[in-house]
Design a protein around this ligand. Structure first.
Ligand code: DX5
Ligand code: ZN
Length: 222
């Protein structure tokens, strides 16, 4: 029996009330908090660093799923784990020494994840499957919230599911970008188990009800 895990992204939160938004997500049944770190180099946008991770850490007991959209991600591993990150996900496109970088994340006691952009073949992570706690299939080009889901991602999620199963991996299979009531069900059916959602949650009139609706879609598409 699979269970859907919801990872709301604080990228779309109201930063004037970040603590309250995070507490709301926790009480609404989120499984973890997704924290999008962007450096203005790997992606054309800037967000936040260790200080915000530390702030979010103080606001919730939930795991912090930190998505590093940065070049040279290893520069931040120590600080982000010290700030309270539960897992660090790095991009294969920014990780020429992926094996070593994933090993380092685990050595620091965090969960090791790798993300794959829409145009990057899944085969780029074939050789590190056994080192993964999480595989993230990007369903938009990273950099901004509120973008449209790329349909091709569903086939990629299905392929990722097969590869993880064949490798006997128990890694989480996460999908990020454009997840909403319409797109989550197909991703769940294709084998994803962890869903990032930013605009769909924070843009909803009732974010708590939206989380429940997203979860319900997974049950419907079981
Ligand atoms: C995109 C980020 C996402 C983003 C998702 O670059 O990695 O985590 O917050 O936002 P939505 O759900 O609005 O597409
Ligand atoms: Zn993300």
């Amino acid at each position: 029996m699979r269970t859907a895990r919801l990872a709301p992204s604080i990228l779309s939160a109201d930063f004037s009330r970040l603590g309250a938004d995070v507490a709301m997500l926790e009480s609404a049944g989120a499984d973890c908090i997704h924290v999008d770190v962007m450096d203005g180099r790997f992606v054309p946008n800037l967000t936040f660093g260790a200080k915000v991770i530390e702030t979010v850490r103080r606001c919730t007991a939930l795991p912090l799923d930190v998505h590093l959209m940065v070049v040279e991600p290893e520069r931040y591993f120590d600080d982000f784990v010290a700030a309270g990150a539960t897992g660090l996900t790095i991009h294969v496109e920014a990780a020429p020494h992926l094996h070593r970088q994933l090993a380092r994340i685990r050595e620091l006691g965090a969960l090791a994840g790798v993300a794959v952009n829409p145009a990057t073949p899944l085969s780029t992570v074939d050789d590190v499957l056994e080192q993964l706690d999480l595989l993230l299939v990007m369903s938009v080009n990273p950099g901004f919230g509120g973008q449209q889901f790329i349909e091709r991602s569903i086939a990629k999620v299905a392929l990722a599911r097969r590869r993880l199963d064949e490798a006997g991996s128990r890694a989480a299979l996460e999908v990020d970008g454009g997840i909403n009531r319409t797109t989550i069900g197909e991703c769940w059916r294709a084998g994803a188990d962890t869903f990032v959602a930013g605009a769909a949650v924070f843009g909803a009139p009732d974010p708590r009800a939206e989380l429940a609706a997203l979860r319900a879609q997974c049950a419907i598409h079981a």
